[in-house]
Design a protein around this ligand. Sequence first.
Ligand SMILES: *[C@@H]1O[C@H](CO)[C@@H](O)[C@H](O)[C@H]1NC(C)=O
Length: 305
Amino acid sequence: MSDGGYSIIHWALIVSACVCTTLIISVWFHMKSSDPYDLFHLDLNKLPGQEKTRPPKTEWLNMGFWKDTQVFPEACEALARKLITAAEIKDGARILDVGHGTGESLILFLTSPSIPRPRSLTGITSLALHHQRSAARVQRLTRSSEGTAIFLYHGDAVYTSTEQQDHPLNFNGASTFDAILALDCAYHFHSRGEFLRQSFHHLTPGGRIALADICFDGEALQRPSLMRSVLKLMPKENMVSMEEYVATMERIGFTDVRLENISKYVFPGFTGFLRGRGIGWSIFCRVLDLYVARGARFVIVSGRR
Ligand SMILES: *[C@@H]1O[C@H](CO)[C@@H](O)[C@H](O)[C@H]1NC(C)=O
């Protein structure tokens, strides 16, 4: 067979396969994008060997830190604890937890003896269902949450309109925090930069922000990538290199900015766990693998006001 003939057929096959896959994935993400997270995570929280019909004990929703475990809820809690450590939270702190899903990180703060007990705990989540479910779950803990004032806000993390009077990051609002946490969510924000600016404004001097987040290897980001522009896992303005991330924080005024690359303890564990859980997750894993191959890095970033 001539080289030319073979490569044209080969090429055509590759191109059509790519176009098909891209279309399918784009449509899938588009359908999901208005409401990407509902309650699918409850199923992921079920422990190995647990009865299928029993509800899970935990409701974690993040990519997890899989260094010392292969169990999803344990990996998720490990990532939450890593973030709490990076924020250097002390007893009696006033905490803002952004993007808390159905409230597992709030519950961790209110119940774990090994985590400093906050004086106040404020939460923001953008999905009404998550907001209501978090409120109901936290309310059921009344005894253990005694001594902590709780305020949960339903809305986008970034304050955008004067109509959002109660928004914790309201520019005219007086609420301040000793620590602000964003556990595996800030890459979705419009935009992360604006969120960081508003957070700086609402931190007490000496207070710390900590984010478990996704950014990119600087060199990989320089290379053009069709995949990155077609499959939008995050707004374009949030696709920054690790160096740019740190520089942005320093420009806003944060000091003692630290960035830890924990990619190898996050992506392989997470996709390994999800593979074999149906077509939707397989596609998701493919996309995530492509992102990692194109330089996506999972990081813990923190800085002090
Ligand atoms: C970040 O971690 C990944 C996975 O371990 C590694 O391939 C990459 O080189 C690291 N990047 C930097 C800048 O440390």
